[in-house]
Design a protein around this ligand. Structure first.
Ligand SMILES: [Zn+2]
Ligand SMILES: [Zn+2]
Length: 281
């Protein structure tokens, strides 16, 4: 063992830090909060929220302490993404606090969320310039924003409950590419209805999504499964927003989902193929 140690060290040093990474890692935090790491780039989706309201898991205290202390694996976070401003996905004051601690992070969020933070930040340009807001309309065109090696595409897909409820909430389906490598999709609480997705066919085809994080209820619904496999053609899907009390149907299914804070998945970067991927049956 001693003999090969120096060789391993050399190989590690010879590995480029970012552009040629062949995989990324996703670590579950709770509810719809996920950390995604590729090379030297790190982003978190929906990490700060007010409450799980007794139904959905909250980020464990020891994990949140690491986030706020910026200790591994939550050190050097480059981007935070907010799907929508519901209390189980968003906490304005907490994001504001975090932006004061992490002076490099960019926060990608719907205009509704940006308005909360702007009110807290007032004329603090150091915070304001790191808000990357998306003004999206229902049925409107996707928008793209880039910060460093983070490429973020956003589409407004109505919140579940459409068309009768929550239409005022701007729910974003984010497609994010890191270092020109892995592409992940976070869907917030997107409504299951292909008519929201169909008009954006060109957008979905523009880039292959290696890994999607749909709300788990997509798996239990035929149209939801079809959206993932036929419309979005995602490589792999891992369900999130799983209640503390695990739904029995999900528990006995083969679908992939996150339910325990700290569990993780490796996201590999295969060449896009005609294989529409395995989202579990
Ligand atoms: Zn919601
Ligand atoms: Zn929710």
């Amino acid at each position: 063992m001693k003999k090969i140690a120096p060789l391993i060290a050399t190989l590690l040093l010879a590995t480029p830090a970012s552009a040629h990474e062949t995989h990324a890692d996703a670590t579950y935090m709770a509810n719809e909060a996920v950390l995604v790491v590729q090379g030297d780039l790190k982003i978190m989706f929906d990490p700060f929220y007010q409450s799980g309201f007794g139904t959905y898991p909250e980020v464990p205290d020891d994990m949140m302490k690491k986030v706020m202390a910026q200790s591994a694996p939550f050190d050097g976070i480059d981007g935070i993404f907010v799907s929508h401003v519901h209390g189980d996905h968003f906490d304005g004051p907490q994001i504001y606090d975090y932006m004061q601690i992490n002076r490099d992070v960019h926060v990608f969020l719907p205009e509704q969320g940006a308005n909360y933070i702007r009110e807290l930040a007032r004329d603090d340009d150091q915070i304001l310039k790191r808000l990357v807001s998306f003004k999206l309309t229902e049925g409107g065109a996707p928008q793209k924003q880039m910060r460093g090696d983070i490429e973020a595409d956003a589409v407004r897909i109505p919140h579940s409950g459409w068309p009768t409820g929550r239409r005022d909430i701007n729910n974003i389906v984010f497609r994010v590419t890191l270092n020109d490598g892995v592409t992940v999709m976070h869907m917030g609480d997107a409504d299951i209805n292909d008519q929201h997705y169909a008009p954006h066919e060109e957008h979905w085809r523009a880039k292959h999504t290696h890994q999607a994080f749909p709300p788990y209820w997509y798996f239990g619904n035929e149209e939801g499964r079809s959206i993932l496999t036929q419309r979005l053609k995602v490589g792999h899907a891992t369900g999130i927003h799983v209640p503390i009390k695990l739904p029995r149907k999900l528990a006995v299914s083969d679908y992939d989902y996150f339910s325990k804070p700290g569990e993780s998945r490796v996201i590999y970067l295969p060449e896009p193929t005609d294989d529409i991927g395995d989202i579990g049956q």
